[in-house]
Design a protein around this ligand. Structure first.
Ligand code: ATP
Ligand code: MG
Length: 436
């Protein structure tokens, strides 16, 4: 058996809390996995920014990227690392670069998802360019904005075609507000999207490889309270549809890590924002859900690095389009897309890997999230985000949330262990009953 080390690079910007937890958990797990003829261990390193020769080798097996959607030196380094050095990167940088909200709406419309009616309108004003006036004079048609608004219907949302972080988003209730919002929109290219209002539920579904977590979301709450804590508010069948939607989107675009925002109205999920390939990962927004995210990211990273999963560089949309073209119900199509997603994400092999090699992760993480090291990670993030006079109170607030997660997690795992222990006994009883 040879000893091999898999290197995982973290390509980071302002991320503070999850990388600390990720690094500490890898240390605590102290893995030496028997895989094939090798004993595999792991090293985590933060990727630095520096000049690089295109032919220079890359030391990482996997890069977890949180930076390149806006920092393009690193994006080009990562693209070279995939093309020349066969590195696995999540998320696929070409897909992040090119598939903005607009393309994702169009593609998921083709797959039959109930995306609300959406129009794109040319911008109100422009950056001067040498050919601009000639082009606009020749080809830009004067358009009747209220007529477009009437086709979409009110209330509608005006939002950038490639947006994120609520920038430039307005709810528009009538023609007058539409004209005012457009006049304010400047150089942004805007969508007008029919509002799914009222809706019964607003959820975000985070996907990490084949793992998902659905969290109810309140966009009107302060940032640290938007992810809600309640569970059991929707039947499993409804939740599994949202899981399948998320896995479909993520596998379609090559996003190992993404979140899908969907509104539930009239008995159906309407996905409205699902091009988020650098989703919320901070304890200050995820609070009680934060340990799930760290564990899920860790599992998927270790799986990809340990098994040398090959990155799907080309997105290969044809198999989804073939299902879309069939004479099937939406439910059956979605099941077909989700099957492709689970295959591409190697869901079964991943589960087996976790059961074989990471069965102690839950306990290790439970201990870690009660430790001073975890509290330091929380505090560092709080100090980066909140004014000084709130550091103590917010550190305690998020720390308490994590301790509530620990109590729940312990109770759930104890209950699962008790039910697993009871099963063989029940079986025995019934089989002996049968014999009698
Ligand atoms: N079609 C819609 N129907 C109902 N509400 C909507 C719709 N589109 C957007 N919204 C509301 O506006 C908010 C922002 O829109 P959206 O999520 O598309 O933009 P964003 O800039 O990506 O925001 P974020 O990055 O916070 O998710 C949504 O969270 C939702 O509350
Ligand atoms: Mg959103």
């Amino acid at each position: 058996m040879a000893n091999v080390t898999r290197k995982i690079g973290l390509s980071l910007g302002a991320d503070t809390c999850w990388p600390i937890c990720f690094e500490e958990l890898v240390k605590d797990l102290d893995l030496k996995l028997p895989i094939g003829n090798n004993t595999v261990s792991f090293e985590i390193e933060r990727v630095t920014i520096e000049p690089f020769a295109l032919r220079q080798p890359v030391k990482y097996d996997l890069v977890v990227d949180r930076l390149t959607h806006w920092y393009h030196t690193s994006r080009e380094w990562i693209k070279k690392a995939v093309v020349l050095n066969d590195v696995y990167v999540f998320n696929n940088p070409w897909s992040v670069q090119s598939n903005e909200k607009h393309t994702t709406y169009a593609a998921m419309m083709r797959l039959g998802m109930p995306i609300p009616t959406t129009w794109l309108v040319p911008p109100k004003s422009y950056e001067e360019k040498p050919d601009l006036q000639t082009t606009l004079t020749r080809y830009a048609k004067l358009f009747d904005l209220p007529a477009v608004g009437a086709q979409v219907g009110y209330p509608l949302f005006m939002k950038p075609f490639d947006g994120g972080g609520w920038v430039g988003v307005s709810k528009v209730d009538n023609e007058k507000e539409l004209v005012e919002a457009y006049d304010r929109s400047g150089k942004l290219i805007m969508h007008l999207q029919k509002g799914v209002l009222p809706h019964e539920h607003f959820c975000r579904c985070i996907g990490l490889g084949p793992q998902t977590r659905i969290i109810r979301y309140d966009p009107s709450a302060p940032l640290h309270q938007r992810y809600l804590n309640d569970e059991g508010y929707l039947p499993e069948e409804t939740l599994s549809v949202l899981r399948d939607i998320t896995l479909t989107i993520n596998s379609f675009f090559g996003w190992d890590f993404n979140s899908c925002e969907a509104l539930y109205a009239d008995g159906i999920w309407h996905p409205i924002d699902f091009a988020n390939p650098c989703p919320d990962s901070q304890v200050t927004s995820l609070h009680r859900h934060f340990p799930w995210l760290v564990k899920a990211k860790l599992r998927w990273s270790l799986y990809v690095a340990a098994t040398k999963k090959r990155m799907r560089v080309n997105q290969d949309w044809q198999p989804y389009f073939e299902i879309a073209a069939k004479d099937l119900s939406y439910k059956d199509k979605l099941a077909g897309y989700a099957k492709i997603a689970r295959e591409r994400m190697e869901a079964e092999r991943f589960e087996e890997f976790c059961a074989t090699h990471l069965s102690h992760l839950d306990e290790v993480a439970w201990n870690f999230f009660g430790s001073e090291r975890a509290k330091v990670a929380v505090r560092k993030k709080v100090e980066a985000l909140f004014p000084k006079h709130e550091w103590d109170s917010f550190t305690e607030h998020f720390w308490n949330e994590i301790q509530i997660w620990r109590a729940n997690d312990r109770a759930e795992r104890d209950a699962a262990a008790a039910s697993a222990a009871a099963k063989p006994a029940a079986k025995k009883k019934s089989s002996s009953g049968k014999k009698a």
